[in-house]
Design a protein around this ligand. Sequence first.
Ligand SMILES: Cc1cc2nc3c(=O)[nH]c(=O)nc-3n(C[C@H](O)[C@H](O)[C@H](O)COP(=O)(O)OP(=O)(O)OC[C@H]3O[C@@H](n4cnc5c(N)ncnc54)[C@H](O)[C@@H]3O)c2cc1C
Length: 493
Amino acid sequence: MFAISEMSSMRQNDIIIIGAGGIGCAIARELSRYKLSITVLEKECDIAAGASGRNSAVVHAGFNNRPGSLMARLCVEGNQGFEDICRELDVPFKNTGKILVAFDDEDIRILKGIIAQGEQNGCEGLRMIGEEELKRLAPGVSGIAGMYSPHTSIFDPFAYCVALAENAAVNGVDFCFDSEVSSICRNDGGFIVRTADGRDFGCSILINSAGLGSDRISEMAGVSGYRIYPCRGEYFIMDKVADKLLDIPVYPAPKPGIGGLGVHLTPTMHGNILIGPSAEYIDDRDDYSSTAPIMDKLITEASELLPAIERRFIIGNYAGIRPKQAPPGEGGYRDFVIKEEETCPGLINLIGIESPGLTASMPIARMVRDIAEKKLDLVEKDDFIAERKTPPRFRDLTEEEQADLISEDPEYGEIMCRCQKVTKREIRNAIENPLGVRSITAIKYRAWATTGRCNGGYCLTRIVDMLVNEYGMKPEEITYRGKGGELFSGEVK
Ligand SMILES: Cc1cc2nc3c(=O)[nH]c(=O)nc-3n(C[C@H](O)[C@H](O)[C@H](O)COP(=O)(O)OP(=O)(O)OC[C@H]3O[C@@H](n4cnc5c(N)ncnc54)[C@H](O)[C@@H]3O)c2cc1C
């Protein structure tokens, strides 16, 4: 809290959204259809810095969630509309289906229970498969039977969040990065939100989609009683050579109460396979470390599912943190909280948005819009731009299409990231992104450079060279992932 008299000059908005993860970006995009002034405040230097950029990238079907829960309803609805939103915003998406593997009779019993639960939730086409069909759909996978889900898909979560945010920005939403909310004060029935560097933003409706920080934001606004328990999930990324091993996500039959879906194998839109995630409660909400014991466990469990997995295929690792409401002793899941707080009119809290949050993001956004509609007059814009195009991805094109692009722009003929076949023009498109973010990770995830086997050994220096010599950045201004991650301290000569 702070005194109104201490306020700096303030920008007034209809709506402030705290957090530019997949949920904040989806809400921003949905609300950008209306004549509203909207600002998104994000503490990091780019979108999707939290769970939204660190997950399994699966569009879940909705059979894992308790019937009658918000999680179940919004996941099934999200799954049904996901391909359409990806088409509208030009986001990589692939309907792969998914298999849950049974190793014994107890697993088969669990999988039959999951089918019954999924049917109650409205999932279609779930069925048991025998060993023969299991081996046909996922050659090389162990197990004696399985459950097949036809409507599970994979997508690119970072590209999804970029697309939502860029489209929201094109439609007038203002994104402020490096803007950590540090206090909130009520004013004339609205809110004044202050950032850690002392800027003030006023609004009538405050939307708290701060993920791991959502309990703290709620507390700042005067609503206590929520607590987030961070639960880390570690992953390995396999080289593209492992790509031929699997083209469908494969999960073990879930064990009750583990708070995750078990260590699974998931092909990505970029041709790698992910192994993970683990599920481990931690104390520090910012601790994205990868730990040796968990990594050993991941390899062991993944090899049980797919014996051909070899350590030598591993090229990287990362971790995501689930914003759990269920404390360690309880395990499992508590339902999403999405509501306007009775004791704090105008505050819309989104708490505990763990998996399947990204799958459910558009229905969540529409639910928030419906709540906002009760407070504000939502008038649709005549000039709302619904569609968006991603710049061409050279490596995915036919030789003819590549030749056409090169003749239009010779920078498409200059490969800068050899592992992922990313051209200079694609790097330039990433540097010139509409949100104006310039960290190395911003370029990495937009162009997909530096993500191959050499981990940026070849292209990173070339990207830095472009930033310095073509975009006028000083070397010491270049960060890996925002402030505190400076790559250089100055020039050597
Ligand atoms: C290991 C793992 C695997 C998952 N797999 C899947 C999956 O396959 N499919 C699926 O649908 N879902 C999956 N999920 C869930 C999904 O990732 C989340 O539900 C979703 O990303 C939540 O989005 P969010 O915007 O609420 O949170 P986040 O993405 O965490 O965004 C919250 C944002 O708020 C910002 N913030 C926090 N505090 C402040 C502050 N004080 N001021 C300003 N900004 C602040 C953070 O920096 C962050 O950018 C997975 C999650 C994890 C962790």
